[in-house]
Write a protein that binds this ligand. Structure first.
Ligand code: HEM
Length: 480
C-alpha cells in the first residue's frame, strides 16, 4: 500500500471501489473533468489501486521526458499476460534488457524505412481496390458504410504486411477472436466486465485460439520462404523466422517470441489507422470549407493523375495540418498505454513510489485551453507557421506518445493515415446520406480500449488484495 499523503491530490475514495463510481462511458473525458479540480497531476483509485494521472503538457513532459526511464515500464495486465505470452511482447513488456532487445529488433528490422517502403505497392493496390469499389457505388449513388470499408482496408494492409495474406482470407477463428476482443473493448458498461473470473477464463480461451492461429501461420511460412523466390515482398513472418533461424540474436528468441511480436504488430496496426482516418474524414464532412481547401491543395500537388503517391505526401502541407488537428481532437489512445515506475521518484514536490501506475491523458492535453485557442473547434489553420508536430517532441500533441515507450509504428501509421485520407478526398466529392446535415454527424466517442486497458487489471488486483487480506485475517473471513 502507498502512503496517501505523499501522493498527488485526488478525490475522496470509497472503501474498496475507490473512485470507480465517478466514471461513466468515457474514462478520459471523466478524468479531464476531475483534473480541472485536482490539477494536472492527480491520484485516482481504481478499486484499491492508486493511479497517477498526468493531464497537462508540463506533467506529460515530467513523466515521459525528464523521468522517462523511471516510468518506462508497464503494469501487470491479466488479459495481456494470457494473450501475449506472459507479457513477453513489446507492447506490454516490462522495462528491462529483454524489452530493450525486442524494441531494437522491431524498430531496426521490421519497422525501418526500407521495410515500410517495401510494402508501398501493396498499400497502393489496396487503396486502389477501395477507390474502385467506391467509384462503382458512386455511379449508382449507393450509400456506403465507410467505417466498415476503412476497417477492412486497414486490417487487410496489416495482415498482408505481417503474415502475407489478406484479413479477408484469414482463418475464421482468428476473425472471431478479433471481433470478440473488439466487442469486449466496446462493452458499454463497466458492470458488464464482471464477473472477472469468467472474463479471465475467456481470455485464456482467446489466447489458445490466437496461439493456434499463429502456429499455423508460422508453419505455413516454414520452408516456403526459401523455396518461394517469386515473392515480391518479404512479409514480417519471413523476416522474423530468418532472424530466429540465424540464431544471431543477443537474447533468447524462439517461436514464442516470434508469436508475441506478430500479435503485437497485428493488434497495433489493425484498428489504429482506420480509427484515425474515420475521425479525420468525419471532421472533414463536418467542415466543408476545410474539405474544399484540402481538395484544392490536392488538385494542385497531385493534379489530374488521380492517384496519390506516397512521395506526394511531403508536399501536402494543408493535409498535414488537417491530420495533426484530427489527432489533437481524436487521439486513438486517449490515455496512451499505462506506464509503471521502476523506482521511487520525486516529481513536482510529490513522491511517487516505485510500482505506481501512470496514465497520460493526451485527450485532455489536446483540449487544454491554456495551450490551445478555442480547443473544441476543428481549425487546421492553427498549425500554420507552427513547428508543433506529432512525433513526440511537443508535449501538447502526443497521439503516438513520446520517448522510450512511444509508438515504433509512427512512420507507418502516419503514412497510411495521410495516404488514405488524401486519396479519398482527392477522388470523390462526398455527400452525407439521406439528407443528413454536417452538424448532425454524431461525434460521440464509443467506449474504447482505454477503459479496458486502464481498469481490467486494477480490478483483478483489488480482488487479489482483498482475498490476501482475508486469508491473513481468518476471523474476518469467518465473519464474512
Ligand atoms: C495511427 C496509427 C497509430 C497510432 C495513433 C499509434 C499510437 C500508439 C500509442 C499512443 C502507443 C503507446 C505509447 C505509450 O504508451 O506511451 C503505441 C505503442 C505502440 N505501437 Fe502504435 N500507433 C499507431 C500505429 C502503429 C503501427 C502501424 C504499429 C506497428 C505495426 C504500431 C506499433 C506499436 C507498438 C509495438 C507499441 C508498443 C511500444 C512499446 O511499448 O515499447 N503502432 N502506439
Amino acid at each position: 500500500f502507498i502512503k496517501r499523503k505523499k501522493l498527488p491530490p485526488g478525490p475522496i475514495r470509497l472503501p474498496l471501489i475507490g473512485n470507480l463510481h465517478m466514471f461513466g462511458e468515457n474514462l478520459h473525458q471523466d478524468l479531464y473533468k476531475i483534473a480541472k479540480k485536482y490539477g494536472p497531476i492527480m491520484t485516482i483509485y481504481f478499486g484499491l489501486v492508486p493511479t497517477i494521472i498526468a493531464s497537462s503538457p508540463h506533467a506529460a513532459q515530467l513523466f515521459l521526458k525528464n523521468h522517462d526511464q523511471i516510468f518506462a515500464s508497464r503494469p501487470h495486465h491479466a488479459a495481456c499476460y494470457y494473450i501475449f505470452y506472459k507479457q513477453r511482447n513489446l507492447i506490454m513488456g516490462k522495462y528491462g534488457p529483454y524489452w530493450r532487445h525486442m524494441r531494437k529488433l522491431c524498430t531496426l528490422q521490421l519497422l525501418n524505412n526500407v521495410k515500410i517502403n517495401s510494402f508501398q505497392s501493396m498499400r497502393k493496390q489496396e487503396v486502389q481496390i477501395l477507390v474502385n469499389f467506391l467509384e462503382k457505388a458512386a455511379s449508382h449513388r449507393d450509400v456506403v458504410d465507410l467505417s466498415a470499408k476503412l476497417t477492412s482496408l486497414s486490417a487487410n494492409m496489416a495482415c498482408l504486411m505481417v503474415i502475407g495474406k489478406k484479413y479477408n482470407n484469414v482463418d475464421g477463428d482468428f476473425k472471431d477472436m478479433v471481433q470478440e476482443m473488439s466487442r469486449m473493448a466496446a462493452t458499454p458498461n463497466l458492470a458488464d466486465l464482471f464477473p472477472f473470473l469468467r472474463l479471465i477464463l475467456r481470455m485464456k480461451q482467446i489466447a489458445k485460439s490466437c496461439d493456434e492461429f499463429l502456429e499455423n501461420v508460422i508453419d505455413e511460412h516454414t520452408g516456403q520462404y526459401l523455396s518461394d523466390q517469386s515473392k515480391t515482398s518479404i512479409d514480417m513472418v519471413d523476416t522474423l523466422m530468418e532472424i530466429m533461424q540465424s540464431g544471431e540474436t543477443e537474447f533468447e528468441f524462439d517461436r514464442r517470441h516470434v508469436k508475441a511480436i506478430l500479435l503485437d504488430l497485428l493488434v497495433a496496426s489493425m484498428d489504429t489507422s482506420s480509427t484515425s482516418i474515420e475521425w479525420i474524414l468525419s471532421e472533414l464532412f463536418k467542415h466543408p470549407n476545410v474539405m474544399k481547401k484540402l481538395q484544392s491543395e490536392l488538385d494542385n500537388v497531385v493534379g489530374q493523375k488521380g492517384i496519390v503517391e506516397e512521395k506526394d505526401l511531403e508536399n501536402l502541407d494543408y493535409l498535414n495540418m488537417v491530420i495533426k488537428e484530427g489527432f489533437r481532437l481524436h487521439p486513438v489512445a486517449p490515455l496512451l498505454l499505462p506506464h509503471e515506475s521502476i523506482e521511487d521518484c520525486t516529481l513536482d514536490g510529490f513522491q511517487i513510489p516505485k510500482g505506481s501506475r501512470v496514465l497520460v491523458n493526451v485527450w485532455a492535453i489536446g483540449r487544454d485551453p491554456d495551450v490551445w485557442h478555442e480547443p473544441e473547434k476543428f481549425i487546421p489553420e492553427r498549425f500554420v507557421e507552427s513547428t508543433i508536430d506529432v512525433r513526440g517532441q511537443n508535449f501538447q500533441l502526443l497521439p503516438f506518445g513520446s520517448s522510450r515507450r512511444s509508438c515504433p509504428g509512427l512512420q507507418l501509421g502516419l503514412t497510411i493515415v495521410r495516404l488514405v485520407v488524401a486519396q479519398l478526398v482527392h477522388s470523390f466529392d462526398w455527400e452525407l446520406p439521406n439528407g443528413t446535415m454536417p452538424n448532425d454527424i454524431n461525434m460521440t466517442e464509443k467506449f474504447g480500449l482505454d477503459l479496458l486497458v486502464a481498469f481490467m487489471d486494477t480490478l483483478t488486483t483489488t480482488i487479489d488484495w482483498i482475498l490476501s487480506e482475508l486469508l491473513r485475517h481468518p476471523n474476518v473471513m469467518e465473519n464474512l
